[in-house]
Design a protein around this ligand. Sequence first.
Ligand code: G6P
Length: 608
Amino acid sequence: MCGIVGYTGPRPVAATLFHGLRRLEYRGYDSAGLGIQEDGGIRVIKRRGNLDHLEPLLGDLPGEGGTGIAHTRWATHGVPSTENAHPHLDCRGRIAVVHNGIIENYQELERGLTSRGHRFRSRTDTEVLVHLVEENYRGDLLEAVRAAMPKIRGTYAAVFLSADEPGVLVGARKDSPLLLGLGEGENFLASATLAFLDFTRRAVSLENGDLVRVTDDDWVILDINGGSVERKVFEVPFDATAVQKGGYSDFMLKEIHEQPQAWMDTLRGRMSPGNRLRIEELEEDRFDLREINRIIFVSCGTSYHASLLGRYVMEGWMDIPVEVDISSEFYYRAPKLDPRCLVVAVSQSGETADTMSAVRWAKRCGAPTLAVVNVVGSMMARESDGVLYTHAGPEIGVAATKTFLAQVAAVYLLGLYLGQERGLLEPEFVRHTLRELEDLTGRIEEVLGDTDTVERCADKYCRCEDFLFLGRNINYPLAMEAALKLKEISYIHAEGYPAGEMKHGPIALLHPGFPVVALIPRDSVYEKMKGNVEEVRARQAPVIAVATQGDAEIRSCCEEVIYVPEVKPQYYPVVMAPALQLFAYHVAKMRGCNVDQPRNLAKTVTVE
Ligand code: G6P
């Protein structure tokens, strides 16, 4: 959360920074600002609100090349306001900073700095950074940052600019992402590669404790002791067209429609010539899968729901218990772990602070860790013992859609692979199942190609203020995900509940204005689900069923039926998810909401 960009080079600096901010707006959008070297000083413009509020102020900024920093904010300390927007300046206006993270000891530092004559202009934790650097500045920005950073407790990705060092950017990183983008005669620093993807695909991921000094034709990375550090240059595995709307009105809609591709790309190329399922990433012998006797998933938000789904799949294919923890709770539970317990972190971004903490706890306990992540080279991918990538491509919409389905593909793969490696699944079964999974691509396309009923349901119920989503068995995590999607983007109160549990509480809420979405495909719990639907109907609440194509019987007991193609019972979440995402999307659009940037949410949450 919070997006930062730094640029030095010949392109129009303000426009280039602003372009980077647009690409990072999914990370936060309550205020934004730019700081640019100009006429021997630093010119700062900033504004409360999203980038549309900042854009009109860009007109009088220099149109030529140069050096500057920029920020789009998701407030943690200090309300969203123009004063609290970044960049922040030192007392003399000669040094500027943009920051993503949290400075935990800022009050203590601020007291010290104030007693030494520093005057603060904002109510943020960030401002202490620039005053500390000011205090240590003797004409060399890199040295001043190196002297200041050890005093900081907390997390940061920060980029500094000094009026006295034209063409120089200095970055520092600890527990928040910061990447270097390497161009020809120009360089970038940013929270994510998307900020510079239109200009270069060559990048370097900075590690914790790295400091970097960047000019238009050079860069050097040091550790906190001043020793030089080598980091690998990598190529971003997609280009700028992947982060454009491509004719869709919103990123979310585009990403919903990219699901057949995301699904297929995550499964693709996994069969070895010897007809065995291969996950090359897991074959590096960093842990022995045959030794594992327990698996714990850790994750947040949508990734948590994909993990819950994973448990249902894996327990059917394996002989070991699978647990699922919300990352932020895992730590408090302080579970006893040992080298035979595999901790699987599921995360789109690979940067979520709570999940990162869970991974670190696992490592401290000596448990092997596996990251299922979408962002190549992200912190979780680097710090875990193994990584299984979801190949969904970049996701810009804050509410996860295609990365959810790609995570579901990954957990199916993981379950099959573990079953195979532990000698529990016959090769023929594995091969056949993989083919079935691949064939689901066509079923997902069918769902996306026929959205009339979904739109009609959205139109009919979009003014309701409460929704209950019910599912059983493997469709229960999907009910939770469907409810999360609806509340995230439409601000409607929604709950996802195990259908059997409804009678123990939520049933008291039901009334004719409280729709219930029942996930009721033709599977082993169909009759039980039908019983629950009858209980809902007896309370006069309207029922929208999501059911198997051809199930005429269900029509008689529901107001509306959204049909999905018939698939094997364990695959229904895969075909139901796109329908439910589209339902949330259309409801939100009909209510006039910004589906790509819902209020108060950030795509990547790098604070605990
Ligand atoms: C935020 C996002 C959610 C996401 C969650 C976990 O809350 O708004 O869409 O599911 O973080 O993110 P991760 O990157 O770890 O999957």
